[in-house]
Design a protein around this ligand. Sequence first.
Ligand SMILES: C[S@@+](CC[C@H](N)C(=O)[O-])C[C@H]1O[C@@H](n2cnc3c(N)ncnc32)[C@H](O)[C@@H]1O
Length: 609
Amino acid sequence: MDPAETTATASLSLSLAPPTSPPPTLALVGQVPTEDNHDFPIKVTMLPNKGRSYVASRTIQPHELILVAEAFGTTMCDPWLDCGICHYCWAEIQDPKARIRLPSTSPFTAAVTGVTVKGVKGRKQETVMVFCDETCLGMYGPDVAEMICRVEGKIRRTWSDSGTRAWKLRSEERPFLETMAVEPDTPSTSSAPSIVATIGRHYSELVKQALATADTKQRILGLSDTDLSVFLNTTWTAIDGLILEQESWILHATTTPATTKNDNQHDTRESHSHTQAQCEALYPKLAKLLLAGNNQATIAPKTSDDDCETIRLISEILYRRQLDIRANVSGSAVNRAGVGSVQERESAKAPAAALKEKSMVPGGNNGSRGGQKATFEDYCAMQSNELILFRQQLQEDIDSQDDQINDDEPEQEQEEHDTQHQQQSRESKHNTNMKQWRKLLSILPNHLLSCFYVYLRLRDAYLLLTRENTITSPSNTSSQQEHQITLSIDNTLFRTILYREVANSFGIRDSSDELLGFAVFPRASFFNHSCRPNIQKKRRQSSRAVRARQMEYWSTSVIQEGEECCISYGDISTDIGERRARLEDMYFFWCSCPRCLEEEAKVIEEEEA
Ligand SMILES: C[S@@+](CC[C@H](N)C(=O)[O-])C[C@H]1O[C@@H](n2cnc3c(N)ncnc32)[C@H](O)[C@@H]1O
């Protein structure tokens, strides 16, 4: 694979239970071909020190097509976004006249009609998606495409030239972090609902809880998997608390437009524009606060292209998950449960069982070696690499900081001391809590802080889009609203998606081996790596409309029943040292495939000679 060339990184809210790890492997272990799938050539099994893997369920002959896997999520690398490559089939667009470009006109300003936020209206939309024609757009899904362009429209916009400049929050209107300044038993002075104060108290406690689990980088590294899960859940939940506090206030302000003197002066339209600006103005403050914990982290004035790639992938997966829910759950159940409900989360937590029920073989058995639509359950069945990635990043941070620590510390401490001194008289309790936050953030890997940043931007964008949907289509009937998909995400869902993409996505390349982007093929994610692979992957060529969304896996030699079926993760032409280092860095394992063992033995032999 190139599960290869991946970019990056699971639970709600106030639950501190460890995430759904270990991955749901056991239900898949020892699968046996059933009556109707006895001819399916591969099955998933558990191998020592390798996790789950595909093995041959019968003798496989060379050049057999053994699996067709369908992509569940894709993301194109930024430079290719508007370069004549179809966003659905990833082929060069043959007929420029038939080409469809989204958005067809600049921004979705129509969606924010009447909102005059300086620097926003009419701003050039940088994200585009192009498709060969209606067929490809239809296959990809016009709604998904539009949604992704809208999300990116929000995300690409710099925070500084949107909300913050247009909307200066008055301190008396600002509950931001207010609850951090009060003792748990002190009533909140905020006009926002009391839930805000409750959340505020709760998340400050969570920060303390996380620090009580581990208060240095080294101690975090020493935590068991279970304790590290609790530590991460607590930290992420505290961040959700910060965000919830702000969202509660924004929603409160939206639903009660005439509660302040200021609001009385505005008509509804202006009120909407202000609340939109508030969304955008509040998040940078939060991001700054979060990132202030680490001297090396800066708040990006503009979201990076890499972050946008990740955001596109997450948004597509999230959207397709909503479609799955709609297809699998009855409409009324969706309404009852609501987006992101506990029921949904529970069903997402039992992917292996669902996979088993649906089909005992990967990719099903429809006579064409699978290829049926991948689902969010399939996606969740992939291995989550959150803990392993976290530890790797933390170790890297420790290694790179080791040399600097002695020089930097006194300066950092002095700076912190000065800042604290200036504010001490008026906000001593606020500072105590801020200090705890800073402490917590300073012991987290920079990589995680970047993930918080991406998460904040997503929450910001989804909130704005939900508001725009409400503003632009207030007259929608309830049945129309039922069919409208609104995206929402919490830290559980964000981490579920992000950390499964890590080491599980495939690079998509053109004929000259240029990397166009990445895709996640959940049912192909059980192929382990070998430097002497017996399976080769190929993009499907049967018809244009399915190209790239499907990947074929072909045997390259005779594979005996029970033998492992492996692909290679990226370049295997390099020497053993380089190969092993790359695999360890990107896929978190030390390769002991037959070829590596042979080459290792040869090196030892030569050294001894
Ligand atoms: C795409 S997944 C393969 C399926 C995975 N084993 C599972 O249980 O979901 C890639 C991960 O599998 C493991 N893996 C793949 N090939 C391996 C190998 N040759 N030796 C050890 N672990 C391997 C590594 O943890 C890697 O990050």
